[in-house]
Write a protein that binds this ligand. Sequence first.
Ligand code: SAH
Length: 253
Amino acid sequence: MKPVVFIGAGPGAADLITLRGAQRLASAEVVLFDALTDPALRELAPQARWIDVGKRGFCNSTGQLAINALLVRHARSGRAVVRLKGGDPSVFGRLEEELQALAAAGVGAEVVPGVTAAIAAAAATQRPLTRRGTGRSVSLTTAMTQSGDLQATRTADTEVFYMAGRQLAALGRRLQQAAWPADTPVLVVSRAGWPDQLQSDHRVGSLAEAALLHAGRPTVVTVGVGAAPLEQAPKRESATAPGLARREPRMQP
Ligand code: SAH
């Protein structure tokens, strides 16, 4: 039995997959893929049988069990199986369940990383998630609990919330309860990495205003230091050595 290869497809455009991911796809015979991955990725594996196992939001356990069973069945058939996931497989990708199912069936696995939505949003908006001196930690957080409640936390200088797009107003309230000041910058990016990506700037206290713009689209919400636009850097003095004249941007969290 060949090991199942988990591949992170990245957040959108097919060319954001890694070279290794593209190479593994090219030799796949069966690809189990999620709804959020770009259809253009199919061109990287036209020879394979593509099976849509995508789901939005929390899937019920039967759905996940069915995916686990499919993975095992196709791996046991001796074919080269790829499990293609949006973003990075290790970030809110139910990877642990699928790895466990394969291990229990005696099937090996390999994981090829991908660009997760938080990173894609930071790149596309040119808002670095870390900032020297002020933004020393980043947290990738889901606002959704398994019971469907919304939770917000303040555990890092920059906190990126996944799976909160449908409840931005509630997230704003929860963020304030979690001790984020009302004037903290918030960057909302939906369909990051796609040609129709949207981004908007808000404050924790007025996050509800973002709901309409991003409705129905996969959305990440960046809160804190990494959400702030960059300050305009002052022009460099020509006589000064590079680096010395650069002023560190000061972000107010
Ligand atoms: N493994 C994925 C995350 C899957 S959970 C990753 O690493 O990106 C699904 C959540 O990811 C969505 O609810 C949304 O919050 C976020 N997401 C996925 N793709 C996105 C995109 N292109 N733009 C913004 N958010 C996205």
